[in-house]
Design a protein around this ligand. Sequence first.
Ligand SMILES: NC(=O)c1ccc[n+]([C@@H]2O[C@H](COP(=O)([O-])OP(=O)(O)OC[C@H]3O[C@@H](n4cnc5c(N)ncnc54)[C@H](OP(=O)(O)O)[C@@H]3O)[C@@H](O)[C@H]2O)c1
Length: 251
Amino acid sequence: MSQKNTAGVRPAQPVALVTGASGGLGQALAMELDALGCRVAVHYNRSVDAARAVAGKLDNPSIVVGGDIGSWDAVGTMFEEIQEGLGPVDVLVNNGGIRRDALMAMQSPQDWHEVIRTNLLGTFHTTRAAVGGMLRRRWGRVINIVSPSGLIASSGQTAYSASKAGIIGLTRSLAAEVGRRGVTVNALSPGFMETPMTSGLSDAVVDGIREKSPIPRFPTPEEVAVAMRLFLDSDCVTGQVVSVDGGVSIT
Ligand SMILES: NC(=O)c1ccc[n+]([C@@H]2O[C@H](COP(=O)([O-])OP(=O)(O)OC[C@H]3O[C@@H](n4cnc5c(N)ncnc54)[C@H](OP(=O)(O)O)[C@@H]3O)[C@@H](O)[C@H]2O)c1
């Protein structure tokens, strides 16, 4: 039986964009992609110094780019800068994101909107900007950072959960659209990590997550980042959510 394979060839030094590479997980993702041979566009929204520090640690050519992923225009400018500095984006890691937690009965519409705008709409904007070129070149990788909150109930996080569950839906549907052109789309779901995003959580909340988890310790950003190797290397893994969460999402 013949199988039609329209996939292209992986570039020798793929260009990878990591959104939110100025943050805790993003830095580890950028460093892992650099170790895997990519040239990385290190993205920030507000923390330019942190992004420059990350770029300074990379061995391969890299650039620093800024912008609000919730803005389609800002994303367009950012992609032009990456095209000029490194070339077209082959690997897109949608990592930048926010959380604004509150019980829904008390949550402001502005906060709910901002979470969806940044996390879900931001993922659409960058992916929309990248995927056409990937399809034309017949090779690409989209890796979306999600969360156990997109898979299981998490009270106080309706906005964040909805944004991450939405990204999981986007991941599966886009994977179905683009697989025949050598582009894979997957999601990576880290468990709780100690990063700026979680620094404000109380000890009681953090202890509660640890107690619930089959493996009672938290993954480091570096332990999460190694999972990207599978997505980068495999032509056959697509539309999947890989959890590196100590098993918390099965509880
Ligand atoms: N920490 C956890 O326990 C955990 C667990 C599961 C999933 N995650 C996910 O992992 C990802 C990274 O989180 P983190 O823990 O590394 O948090 P973090 O340290 O707070 O980093 C968040 C990153 O997102 C960027 N960002 C925020 N708003 C943005 C916007 N409007 N446009 C573009 N970028 C924006 C920030 O950029 P600037 O700092 O430059 O403004 C920062 O680089 C997020 O998607 C998060 O949902 C985290």
